[in-house]
Design a protein around this ligand. Structure first.
Ligand code: PAD
Ligand code: ZN
Ligand code: ZN
Length: 376
């Protein structure tokens, strides 16, 4: 019997309050409104941005359904949806691409004006939610809320993908892989023969390493306080790794020492701490170095620094979703994955049933996993 047009009751992991475990409960998911799509989620990776909300580093309203790195199948579509139909395999996106606004039409733009970044209401564009628990409204993280068996997203925030794609792998294209890989290729535009430093060797940082390698960097220095991340980083292309805790001097000075006093050509902060953002900036060449902030800045955080650090010529920038135009690029990245242009397997160290979501977050918090994918 078709569920289209009806409320669906299903399991979801609700975060009720800061720093508390999720509880898996039965929620109600409303049908998609016009230009929305209801998706049966089949796999969802755990990204540190979800943990930032739980820890309070990123402020969002609770109770909330987190999750934004997923893949699933369209269950039903709202009025006016033309880009997909029930049964299509899809990847939800935390950044929209309407294709019509100025940033969408700009050659390099990817921050569609319909984005909700910096406006963390936890609600859809119309100010309501499709999730309820016993009638109480539940928020949805970045309008994806994929830690639920069903979710509703705007048509601009979902990409149709290859029908043969393995969902428990390509879910990483919804966030971690694309973000890191694109930071190197699109945002830094790493050049062949260059030297790169990647701060933070988690799922996103290792994807930056993969992007630097694909761009032809000849030296890729991994930086992490957890030395257990080094072996995987080297497997994916890091030529050496350093642990800031092994040195008395600041890590930016260590990186200058390692590069004959030149600094690296490109540095990436993939942690989400203001101190490492500043250290990454000061690690790149003072004249032509480029530093890209990928780690999410804690809500309301600020950095004070001498303008001299950029006056000499450095470039300091950031990127969301690796600078990719989300909807068209996710489709293309899945196609590239299917054609063997890159691999996702080394990033997926754990796969757990959805019910074990609290265990998955513990693996991320303790640095024991790279990506843990929940399967539904
Ligand atoms: P992760 O937890 O898998 O990796 C973070 C890594 O940083 C771990 O290996 C830590 O050991 C390491 N680390 C922590 N503190 C330090 C330190 N002081 N010095 C050096 N290394 C340290 O996280 P992730 O890879 O899932 O996410 C990384 C960041 O990227 C996080 O801030 C997340 O919110 C952000 C992100 N941004 C976007 C975007 O669009 N810009 C998308 C996805 C994730
Ligand atoms: Zn993410
Ligand atoms: Zn747009």
């Amino acid at each position: 019997m078709s569920t289209a047009g009806k409320v669906i009751k299903c399991k979801a992991a609700i975060a009720w309050e800061l720093k508390k475990p999720f509880s898996i409960v039965e929620i109600e998911v409303a049908p998609p409104k016009a230009h929305e799509v209801r998706i049966k989620i089949l796999a969802s990776g755990v990204c540190h941005s979800d943990e930032h909300v739980l820890s309070g580093a990123l402020q969002f309203p609770f109770p909330i359904i987190l999750g934004h790195e997923a893949a699933g199948v369209v269950e039903s579509v709202g009025e006016g949806v033309t880009s997909m139909k029930p049964g299509d395999k899809v990847v939800p996106l935390f950044l929209p691409q309407c294709g019509k606004c100025v940033p969408c039409k700009h050659r390099k733009g990817n921050l569609c004006i319909k984005n909700s970044i910096g406006k963390p209401t936890g609600l859809m564009a119309d100010g309501t939610s499709r999730f309820t628990y016993k009638g109480q409204q539940i928020h949805s993280f970045v309008r994806t809320g994929t830690f639920s068996e069903y979710t509703v997203v705007d048509e601009n925030q979902v990409a149709k993908i290859d029908a043969a794609a393995p969902l428990e792998k390509v879910c990483l294209i919804g966030c971690g892989f694309s973000t890191g890989y694109g930071a190197a290729l699109n945002s830094a535009e790493v050049k062949p023969g260059s030297t790169c430093a990647v701060f933070g060797l988690g799922g996103v940082g290792l994807s930056v390493v993969m992007g630097c390698k694909a761009a032809g960097a000849s030296r890729i220095i991994g930086v992490d306080i957890n030395k257990n991340k080094f072996a995987k980083a080297k497997e994916l292309g890091a030529t050496e790794c350093v642990n800031p805790l092994d040195f008395k001097k600041p890590i930016n000075e260590v990186l200058f020492d390692l590069t004959n006093g030149e600094g690296v050509d490109y540095s990436f902060e993939v942690i989400g701490l203001t101190d490492t953002m500043a250290a990454a900036l000061m690690s790149c060449n003072e004249n032509y170095g480029v530093c890209v902030i990928v780690g999410a800045p804690p809500t309301a955080s600020e950095i004070t620094f001498s303008p001299l650090h950029i006056f000499t010529g450095r470039t300091w920038k950031g990127c969301l979703y690796g600078g990719w135009k989300s909807k068209e690029s996710a489709t293309k990245l899945v196609k590239d994955f299917m054609e063997g242009k890159f691999t996702l397997d080394p990033l997926i160290t754990h796969t757990l049933p959805f019910d074990k979501i609290n265990e998955a977050f513990e693996l991320l918090r303790t640095g024991k996993c790279i990506r843990c994918v929940l399967v539904y």
